[in-house]
Design a binder for this molecule. Structure first.
Ligand code: SRM
Ligand code: SF4
Length: 552
């Protein structure tokens, strides 16, 4: 019988397993199922090109395995030289492109097994890492990408970066294997936070700033909202627990959850509280069935009050009542912001490829800015002056790309997940189908006189919700090849789950299906009322009744 993931972790000697033999000694392009689980903790996913799968099978060939490598970048911030090194790596070792992710990380696809170690070594030299990009540990910690000259956003960024260091697994296996290229046998080491079997499942933490939920904190295992004092300095945090969006079609007990407000704490108590929460999940999270192993199920089973009591007991910190979050909308942070000296560039579907890649490369070489990946898969050029901004825009436009200010708001804020051909879990297209879908939607939006209004539209190839589609105002979620469920009524501030409106709609029918809704919204909306709020207020039942009238 195949080993469970729990067994694999327990027997792996802190993530060594058989990686040395399988990555460095074996000539196979891939690794065993067991090593596939272990190697994830180092931000590496074994994949194959699903476009080629059938043809290869028909030709009697095994899948052509390569690896996707996820570089964890806390808060998405990286230096120009680090960015350029990733660019070089994608040329030398990958396929010349890479992706900005919805959690502010960077993914490089198509890495041959033999190139994993050179890739990690080169990243290690410039101070970045793929460790804990995936696996049953704390993932890339998110925080608002905006710089604010030492204000609350910058203060929160340094808290996030330091928390990220504290929560990294302590195993030496990553450096030992992938930097030094050796396996040390019989090593005795400890994982003080994680223990020998790590967490039951992936674990996500995100920070937001009161008033701006650009990181979607309600979708994380732990969401942390910073409140500033009258001087604009960090005063305290509201802690949210138990969010998580992934679920499986047809398995009703799996579902998306919005995080719940645990309470408020002083910044100096954050680390102890986060560790208390993580160890509760470590000790009580479901290790029998990975489908129910995320902390959201534990919080739901226990109830928030019991959960809070246990956090208080472990941390010896008492929570004050949560602060007001004041979330009005989630900002995309694109365009030029002279006071904070940053320029946000729109990167379609986060794909750094073709003219986008060339333009960013020229800009980074010309003005050497700091960079920051946003939670909407875009890129900010940070700490630049007017002249550098002009130069960046000149290069951007020279490559045929539009300034963010010239794009419709609906276009700037909407995102899709990677999906086919690399994602092994995709049921339908997302990233590749999204431009066509958005073109159709945007032309209706403009026809109805809504061009200047914003609306958050997201698309995923399956219900794992990798771009948080079920929090969008309109979410398209792949159900099978060419078909999608339609979700409506998430809020523009990311404070509400959307509700399923239609099932298994063919791609070509998606926009025609929602056109009547867009028309009603255009006629009936109150000033400033977002589409998601309008749909939510009417409710799915009423919308359905109206749709039936239209049909009859
Ligand atoms: Fe995700 C699995 C891509 C953010 C929920 N996600 C995957 C995998 C690794 C597929 C796999 O397991 O084989 C995808 C790789 C595709 C590829 O070829 O690159 C993948 N997830 C992504 C990214 C790249 C989407 C993007 O287009 O930007 C995001 C990378 C995040 C990062 O940098 O760390 C990404 N994934 C998310 C988010 C959003 C978030 O975290 O804010 C979610 C929903 C929030 C949540 O976790 O509940 C998300 N991904 C999942 C799940 C469902 C987890 C669950 O609790 O059920 C899976 C499947 C799993 O873990 O079993 C998954
Ligand atoms: Fe893959 Fe599904 Fe995530 Fe899209 S949502 S990247 S299809 S796992």
């Amino acid at each position: 019988m195949a080993k469970s993931v729990e067994q694999i972790k327990a027997e792996s000697h802190h993530l060594r397993g058989h990686l040395y033999e399988e990555v460095f000694e074996s000539l196979e392009p891939g690794v065993s199922e067991e090593s596939r689980q272990v190697i994830k903790f180092f931000g590496m996913y074994m994949q194959d090109d699903r476009d080629q799968r059938r043809a290869r099978k028909e030709d009697g060939l095994d899948p052509a395995h390569t690896f996707m490598v996820r570089i964890a970048i806390p808060g998405g911030r990286l230096r120009a030289d680090q960015y350029l090194a990733i660019e070089d790596l994608s040329d030398d070792i990958g396929r010349g492109d890479f992706r900005l992710t919805s959690r502010q990380a960077i993914q490089v696809h198509g890495i041959a097994k033999g190139k994993l170690s050179p890739l990690v070594s080169r990243l290690h030299k410039i101070g970045i890492s793929t460790l804990a990009g995936c696996g049953d540990v704390e993932r890339n910690i998110m925080t608002c990408p905006v710089p604010d000259g030492g204000g609350v956003r910058d203060q929160v960024r340094s808290v996030a970066e330091s928390l990220s260091k504290t929560l990294k697994p302590r195993t030496g296996a990553y450096v030992e294997l992938f930097v030094e290229g050796q396996r040390v046998y019989g090593i005795r080491e400890e994982e003080p936070l994680y223990g020998d079997t790590y967490l039951p499942r992936k674990f996500k933490t995100g920070f937001a700033i009161e008033g701006d939920n650009c990181t979607d904190v309600f979708s994380d295992d732990i969401g942390i909202v910073a409140h500033a004092d009258d001087q604009g300095d960090l005063e305290n945090f509201t802690v949210i627990v138990g969010g998580g969006l992934g679920h499986s079609h047809g398995i009703p007990k799996t579902r998306a959850f919005l995080g719940q407000l645990l309470g408020r704490i002083r910044p100096e108590n954050l680390e102890v509280v986060v560790k208390a929460i993580m160890t509760i999940q470590r000790d009580y999270g479901n290790r029998e069935d990975r489908r129910y192993a995320r902390m959201k199920y534990l919080v739901d089973n226990w109830g928030l009050d019991v959960f809070r009591t246990e956090v208080e007991a472990r941390s010896e910190i008492r929570f004050a009542p949560p602060g007001g979050l004041g979330f009005q909308r989630a900002e995309d942070h694109l365009g030029w912001h002279p006071e904070q000296r940053y320029l946000g560039l729109f990167v379609p579907q986060g794909r750094v490829v073709g003219s986008v890649r060339q333009a960013i490369s020229h800009i980074v070489r010309a003005i050497s800015p700091e960079l920051c990946v946003t939670p909407q898969q875009n890129l900010l050029l940070v700490g630049i002056d007017q002249a550098q901004k002009r130069e960046a825009e000149r290069i951007w436009q020279e490559h045929g790309l539009k300034r963010a200010e010239a794009l419709l708001s609906i276009h700037r804020i909407s995102i899709a997940c990677v999906a086919l051909p690399t994602c092994s879990l995709a049921l339908a297209e997302a990233e590749r189908a999204f431009p066509e879908l958005m073109q159709r939607l945007e032309s209706e939006w403009v026809r109805l006189g809504l061009g200047s209004e914003s609306i958050v539209v997201r698309m995923t190839g399956c219900p794992n919700n990798c771009v948080r589609s079920e929090m969008a105002e309109i979410g398209f979620v792949g159900s099978s090849p060419g078909k999608y469920h339609i979700y409506l009524g998430g809020s523009p501030a990311g404070t509400r789950l959307a509700i399923k409106f239609r099932e298994r709609v063919l791609f070509d029918e998606l926009i025609p299906t929602i056109i009547p809704l867009l028309e009603w919204y255009a006629e009936e909306r109150r000033p400033q009322q977002a589409f998601g709020d309008w749909a939510h207020n009417l409710g799915m039942h009423l919308l359905e009744q109206r749709m039936q009238k239209v049909r009859s």
